[in-house]
Design a protein around this ligand. Structure first.
Ligand SMILES: [Zn+2]
Length: 327
């Protein structure tokens, strides 16, 4: 798909400067570089700035917020790479921060609309939930944000060695955890998920999970299993969830999805039948939606179907299906 990388989190050609990760001296130099900047996370939320919260806030490494040392889920900053001007970029977490009187209601909700202002940061710098602001960020900011959130989230949930259970330590600028007890090396996880635009003639297959807001439907999706190709995962998931046999499958576009650590593989598949038989454990409903109905839904005019959520690859694929620009 020619436009594949235009998806939200589609990448910006960030120089990850991976060769520096293993070089402690150069990494220390980068850390002390006066031009070095740092993205900040708090409980999975990003520090953003601007009236529209459309810019990732990048703080100088010398900012006083870092003076007290690590105050969160990682013991040192993660090295993200370099700006186009060659300035080192890091990410840090201050999840331990819990200011007195801080209202935590709504924090961690699926759609967390709250914003938190840290007293050491200027007016207009707030922590915001990424799903809310992801479509407003530039491709570079989005790539930095997705990377920082995914890697820091991995450290938070992988503090102990999966081989021997000892506490592991950050290494390679945050791109590895090493076990001092058994020598085990562990790398940040990325879980492959297929999400599929299954069509039959002029219709697309949409489904909904139990508990979703009324009227919300999306493309079917599921984790790829060990030993499985993307194509086989698409056919298996659609059969399991909707009972629909799928013939030809091809890859369209991918999207890093750091909620918490997925890589979405957008695929197209041709249904061999229109008969639907759902598995009620996996999904609550599935249906065929015509192009006309989908256009109505995108315009917010469909009586039953809500428009797909902007920023997610499902929206991107459906939009290009409607515009006939999936090639
Ligand atoms: Zn170990």
């Amino acid at each position: 798909m020619k436009r594949a990388e235009q998806v939200t989190f589609g990448g910006s050609g960030l120089d990850r400067a991976g060769l520096l990760r293993g070089d402690a001296d150069k990494l220390a130099q980068a850390y002390g570089d006066p031009s070095a900047k740092c993205a900040l996370l708090w409980r999975g939320k990003l520090l953003v700035q601007g009236e529209a919260l459309d810019r990732l806030a990048l703080l100088p490494m010398g900012h006083r917020i870092f003076e007290q040392g690590p105050g969160g889920v990682i013991e040192a900053p993660v090295f993200l790479g370099k700006t186009d001007e060659d300035a080192p970029l890091f990410a840090m977490d201050i999840s331990d921060w819990a200011a007195e009187g801080l209202d935590l209601s709504g924090v961690g909700d699926f759609v967390d609309r709250t914003e938190q202002q840290h007293p050491d940061l200027p007016e207009g710098y707030v922590f915001a939930e990424m799903r809310r602001i992801m479509t407003r960020l530039s491709p570079r900011d989005a790539e930095l944000a997705a990377t920082a959130k995914a890697v820091i989230g991995w450290h938070e949930t992988h503090r102990f060695c999966a081989r021997c259970g000892a506490r592991s330590e950050m290494s390679q600028g945050g791109w590895q955890r090493s076990c001092p007890a058994c020598g085990g090396q562990h790398f940040p996880r990325t879980d492959p998920v297929v999400i599929m635009l299954i069509t039959h003639g002029n219709s697309v297959l949409m489904g909904r999970s139990p508990g979703w807001p009324e009227g919300m439907y999306s493309l079917l999706a599921g984790f790829v299993e060990p030993g499985e190709t993307l194509e086989a995962a698409v056919r298996r998931e659609v059969m399991e969830e909707a009972g629909v046999p799928v013939g030809d499958v091809h890859y369209l576009a991918s999207q890093p999805w750091p909620f918490p650590a997925s890589l979405m593989f957008g695929c197209a598949g041709e249904a061999l039948s229109r008969d639907i038989q759902i598995d009620p454990v996996e999904i609550e409903d599935a249906m065929w939606v015509t192009r006309t109905e989908m256009m109505q839904a995108f315009a917010g005019d469909h009586p039953k179907l809500l428009p797909a959520r902007k920023g997610a690859i499902a929206h991107f694929l459906l939009q290009h299906w409607l515009a006939d620009t999936l090639d």
